[in-house]
Design a protein around this ligand. Structure first.
Ligand code: UD1
Length: 430
């Protein structure tokens, strides 16, 4: 979506140290899949701790398009699937949010049919769905594609041994949701191990599914005849937590995030420590503090969980831009996830990109400028840079941030940040 003069912008003035506590919202990457999973039963499912973000709004539209009745207020979302009739995810919604394709598994499993617009390219590179489709084919589904849609049908899916070429998060979830109603046992090998997968499995089990091995790379699902609606509380958002921890550390303040188990961020926290940030772990909280003048370079390589999360790569790059020394950041999960680097350079960072490697020469004093957010996490990373840049940073195309962060600037402000949302009339800094 191009920037429009009427689209609000975020104005960040660098300087204040961030201090205090902040509660993380429910995880975007779990809530969206739990919403899709509700399609597996006919009835009313209730989800608590659902973040009020645009992607949840889009998934709500997807479910409503299928005929579900969805209500959302005060972080509780109810999905009544009794009137679901359509099995189609239209282009307009899939193109707005790739996670719309997660309705494919539940729809084929319950109704024997799903028609989903192909997601196409996105600003993280070409994100394919071959692993999703191969797994469904292994389970006996027939897959066709024409006119930009993928059509998946199966009278009754059959349990199968599915080896994923790569531990894709989305494919693991789609296949799990397909397998719970399949005939017999499905074994997913090389499955993704992200905490959001474990959260999905917990919800599926409370709906009646039989699943063993959630959180490991081999997940065994014994198909059941029928699923029932259930109630579930979404786990905390580890990426939001990581973003606020970096905000605290970067500004030389002290920020405590609540509502998150430290073990879901283990490698990230160890990298923060290696960079010289002080990290304290509680049972369901994490605190970060430190003196940015003492931070030093660390090398970071993104990998599937429990590796360093790709969704925190951009924010980490901001921290490394001010830390002393030369860091090597390697992006192994998504091609083209360095699209924000040019914007960070506009703020004064010294970064060279070669393929999936970025060499960050730190110790730079950042200065405020106009920048555009190329995607969700990059937008957050640029806002973090604004917190320590001298003067004012104006972030444009912030709809990306709104897709995944609930009350982003409000939470930062509560920690002491000088950040506001504003419509800029003349297209320049105010
Ligand atoms: C999910 C998260 C996203 C996170 C990512 C990796 C949601 C809504 N999004 O995305 O925030 O960054 O996990 O942790 O939960 N791939 C294929 N073929 C496939 C599927 C994936 O080649 O069929 C490739 C992708 O192009 C990408 C890599 O595998 O390069 C990882 O993708 P995947 O794990 O599927 O990520 P998503 O589920 O899309």
């Amino acid at each position: 979506m191009p920037d429009h003069p009427a689209e609000p912008r975020l104005l960040v003035r660098g300087g204040p140290e961030l201090r205090g506590q902040v509660s993380v919202s429910g995880a975007k990457n779990s809530a969206l899949k739990l919403m899709a999973a509700s399609l597996l039963a006919s009835g009313v499912s209730v989800l608590h701790n659902v973040p009020d973000i645009q992607d949840v709004g889009t998934m709500k539209e997807v479910l409503e398009h299928l005929g579900a009745v969805v209500q959302f207020s005060d972080a509780t979302l109810t999905v009544d699937t009794r009137a679901v009739r359509s099995h189609v995810a239209p282009y307009e919604l899939v193109q707005r949010m790739r996670a719309s394709i997660q309705i494919m598994g539940p729809l084929v499993a319950r109704f024997g049919h799903a028609r989903v617009a192909m997601p196409g390219g996105c600003n993280l590179g070409p994100r394919k769905i071959d692993i999703h489709l191969r797994g469904l084919t292994d389970m006996g589904a027939v897959v066709d594609s024409e006119h930009g849609f993928v059509e998946v049908s199966a009278k009754k899916l059959k349990g199968a041994s599915v080896f994923l070429d790569y531990p894709s998060v989305g494919a693991t979830e789609n296949l799990l949701m397909a397998a719970v109603l399949a005939d017999g046992v499905t074994v997913l090998e090389n499955a993704a191990r992200e905490p959001e997968i474990v959260d999905l499995c917990k919800f599926l089990m409370s709906m009646g599914a039989e699943i063993e091995g959630a959180g490991s790379s081999t997940i065994r699902v014994t198909g059941v005849e029928e699923m029932v609606s259930a109630e579930h509380t979404v786990l905390g958002d580890r990426i939001e937590a990581g973003t606020f921890l970096i905000a605290g550390a970067l500004t030389g303040g002290e920020v405590e995030v609540n509502g998150i188990h430290p073990h879901v961020l283990e490698l990230f926290l160890s990298k923060l420590r290696s960079a010289g940030v002080q990290v304290q772990e509680g049972t369901r909280s994490i605190k970060a503090s430190g003196d940015p003048r003492t931070y030093r370079a660390v090398d970071v390589a993104t990998l599937p969980f429990p590796g360093f999360p790709t969704d925190l790569q951009a924010q980490m790059m901001t921290l490394l831009s001010v830390a002393d020394g030369v860091s090597l950041v390697t992006e192994n999960v998504f091609e083209q996830r360095f699209g924000f680097v040019d914007e960070l350079i506009r703020l004064g960072a010294d970064i060279r990109v070669d393929g999936n490697h970025a060499v960050v020469t730190g110790g730079r004093a950042l200065t405020g400028a106009i920048v555009r957010c190329p995607d969700l996490r990059a937008g957050a990373a640029l806002a973090l840079a604004g917190l320590v840049a001298e003067g004012c940073t104006e972030l444009r195309e912030i709809h990306h941030i709104d897709r995944g962060y609930e009350r982003f600037e409000e939470k930062l402000r509560s920690l002491g940040a000088d950040i506001e949302r504003s419509v800029v009339e003349d297209g320049g800094l105010v």
